[in-house]
Design a protein around this ligand. Structure first.
Ligand code: GTP
Ligand code: MG
Length: 649
């Protein structure tokens, strides 16, 4: 369990941590000189059976709230320290608001410096504190009076703390590894060390990880978990990682970076979130307000764009898109805190819904409905709700990454959900079953309509089909994956670049049919040396363009093949020629053929024989090696069975 302090300056946070751990966490010379905490302090306390408690001591000074937020992100338990003589002060309230916004649900209120006041004052304060805590996650928290000077109450506090540690739900071990870096330094003889709180997953010595947002790769050479050497570290612990790798040194890793499983490295400059403006704010938050955003241990200037309203009143919630001044690692469910742009006060916070949102159409009703679905805490509920909203498909890789699902957890989720999965180009998409049926029917209807209207067309090209779906325009990659699945299922067939319904065959117009019959007679007569387009035009008295158009259409129908420019063969004839080349190769000593031997075998002129062989090279039937060619038997069938003409010379 990781315990964080919180509270106003000078109220005794550091003294309390020393009373609990024996460690003075104020180590900086400036801290010693001024008697205040400036940066985060860390200490540990071994507790027999429930392991070790990690303490993060934060500064109370209002100038160092950014350090406080970085330290408080990721703590499990808060000690809100309030000096009994002073009572609640401005940073008491602000720190309380911050831990509340960060979603810290467990904690104890510590009334410090009890040696300075009488029992009556303590009783009075307890009543005052109850109203301060009302409406926050600490509303029901225990209030423990202590004195770090006399030691009064420390044993009671310890007992409460150990109880809490035992009662802590085991940290959610699921998810890929993710550590929020709060320090990076280098140790002689060891090298680069980063420390931070593990937000999710586990790490082992030897693991290869990424630094985010920089993307540097690092290997874990050593681990300290909760201040002790360890083979592994996991969620709910503070860890120090000794990292090695090209370009890895203490200056390339900073507070606010993440050390993550490489699959989680996807920095973003835009977040969609559900946000809340503190009730203590005097004015509404206007659209496009500039703020300082805190996420994990990071702090970055940002702009808040309200999505579902023009202004946000104090105490209200809204959906917002946050544009960041520089990229940041973020995942669904991450808590954020924002302060005014000059960082003088905390004004609100929230939870990340979509770490990679679109900028265009961000306020459209469909998009807001998607955000509503993403707000579902349960991954399966969220997935199914997303699939029932427009546009009806989900990028599964993105979904698994946003929710930090391991490969196994993701696979299990896909398997147990009523979804249709399609894949293409390394991406995976899901459709809800109903939506998938609608899409299949729509594709079928569009193709059927096209076949009816233009029976001589072999089908629709992929992009024309996609655009014809009208209402359900899918991105190119999603549509390609969906179409590939439909082709596999056999509901759609692919012929070259054309998509058609099974059973659709191109029908020629009566005029074309007659022309084709004339051409075919001539082709068969010419056998391995059929006439060219110009010859047909002359003998049949038809314009060249007409002959060429028809032959190209016949090529799409796989009836003829353009072996050289304007030189078409019947498909069976090409299969015959391929078989001839094959036989010739079999007859030769080395299994190879020459242009001359092929010419002799098929009885054409030399120039044409070479054109045919070059066509075979292009279509992969032959493999050229200088003047020789080998036959690729696996490609022989691409022009189908040889034709009726088995009298191969
Ligand atoms: N009498 C008395 N003095 C205390 C007690 N706890 C802390 N102090 C004194 O109060 C002063 C401030 O204590 P710190 O622990 O440094 O306070 P802090 O909350 O850590 O202050 P920042 O980190 O700067 O916000 C020191 O001079 C302490 O000796 C206590 O229980 N009783
Ligand atoms: Mg301190």
């Amino acid at each position: 369990m990781i315990v964080g302090t919180a509270g106003h300056i000078d109220h005794g946070k550091t003294a309390l941590v020393r009373a609990l751990t024996g460690v003075d966490t104020d180590r900086l010379p400036a801290e010693k000189a001024r008697g205040i905490t400036i940066d985060l302090g860390f200490a540990y306390r071994r507790v027999s059976e429930s392991g070790t408690l990690g303490f993060v001591d934060v500064p109370g000074h209002e100038k160092f709230i950014h350090n406080m937020v970085a330290g408080a992100a990721g703590i499990d338990f808060v000690l809100l320290v309030i000096a009994a003589d002073d009572g609640p002060m401005p940073q008491t309230r602000e720190h309380l608001q911050i831990v509340d916004l960060l979603g810290v649900e467990r904690g104890i209120v510590v009334l410090s410096k009890c040696d300075l006041v009488d029992a009556e004052r303590i009783a009075e304060l307890e009543a005052e504190l109850r109203s301060l805590l009302a409406g926050t996650a600490l509303a029901g928290a225990e209030i423990v009076p202590v004195s770090a000077v006399t030691g009064e109450g420390i044993a009671t506090l310890e007992a409460c703390l150990f109880d809490a540690a035992r009662g802590m739900p085991p940290p959610c071990r699921g998810g890929r590894f993710r550590l929020a870096v709060d320090r990076s330094f280098s140790l002689p003889g060891i090298g680069t060390v980063v420390t931070g709180t593990v937000f999710a997953g586990a790490v082992r010595i030897g693991d290869r990880l990424a630094i985010s947002p920089s993307g540097l790769a690092a290997r874990v050479r050593g681990i300290h978990a909760q201040n002790a050497p360890a083979e592994r570290g996991e969620a709910g612990q503070r860890c120090a990682l000794n990292l090695v790798g090209a370009g890895i040194d203490r200056d390339c890793i900073h507070r606010g970076d993440w050390v993550v499983d490489a699959a989680l490295h996807a920095p973003t400059e835009r977040l969609d979130a559900r946000i809340r403006l503190l009730a203590s704010e005097e004015r509404p938050l206007r659209h496009a307000a500039p703020v300082q955003l805190h996420l994990g241990a990071a702090r970055v200037p940002a702009q808040l764009a309200l999505l579902d309203r023009e202004r946000l009143l104090p105490g209200e919630e809204a959906l917002a898109q946050i544009a960041l001044d520089r990229p940041l690692g973020a995942l669904h469910g991450d808590h954020i805190v924002f302060r005014d742009h000059s960082a003088r006060r905390t004004i609100g916070g929230g939870v990340v819904l979509d770490p990679w949102p679109p900028q265009r159409g961000r306020r459209r009703p469909q998009r807001l409905a998607m955000l509503g679905a993403m707000a579902e805490p349960d991954a399966q509920q969220a997935l199914l709700r997303l699939l029932s909203e427009e546009p009806g498909w989900v990028d599964l890789k993105g979904f698994a990454r946003a929710r930090n699902l391991t490969a196994e957890a993701a696979e299990e989720l896909w398997r147990t959900s009523e979804i249709v999965r399609v894949d293409g180009g390394g991406a995976f998409f899901a459709f809800g079953r109903d939506n998938w049926q609608i899409l299949v029917r729509l594709v079928g209807a569009v193709l059927a309509e096209h076949h009816r209207k233009v029976p001589e067309s072999p089908g629709l090209e992929e992009n024309r089909l996609r655009l014809a779906l009208d209402m359900r325009r899918l991105p190119v990659n999603v549509f390609a994956a969906a179409l590939a699945a439909m082709v596999r299922e056999g509901v759609v067939q692919r012929g070259g670049p054309w998509l058609k319904l099974p059973g659709h065959a191109v029908r020629l117009t009566p005029v074309d049919q007659r022309l084709w019959e004339g051409i075919r007679v001539e082709m068969q007569r010419g056998r391995y040396q059929p006439p060219r387009v110009r010859d047909f035009a002359q003998t049949l008295g038809v314009p060249e363009d007409e002959v060429r158009r028809l032959l190209r259409q016949l090529a799409r129908m796989s009836l003829v093949v353009e072996v050289a420019h304007d030189h078409f063969y019947q498909r069976e004839t090409v299969a015959d020629l391929a078989a001839a080349a094959h036989l010739l190769a079999d007859d030769s000593r080395d299994g190879k053929i020459t242009a001359a031997s092929f010419r002799d075998r098929v009885g054409t002129g030399r120039k044409l024989a070479i054109q045919i062989l070059e066509f075979f090279d292009r279509s992969g039937i032959t493999l050229r090696e200088g003047d020789l060619r080998r036959i690729r038997k696996d490609r022989l069938a691409i022009f189908g069975e040889p034709g009726s003409d088995r009298s191969i010379p």
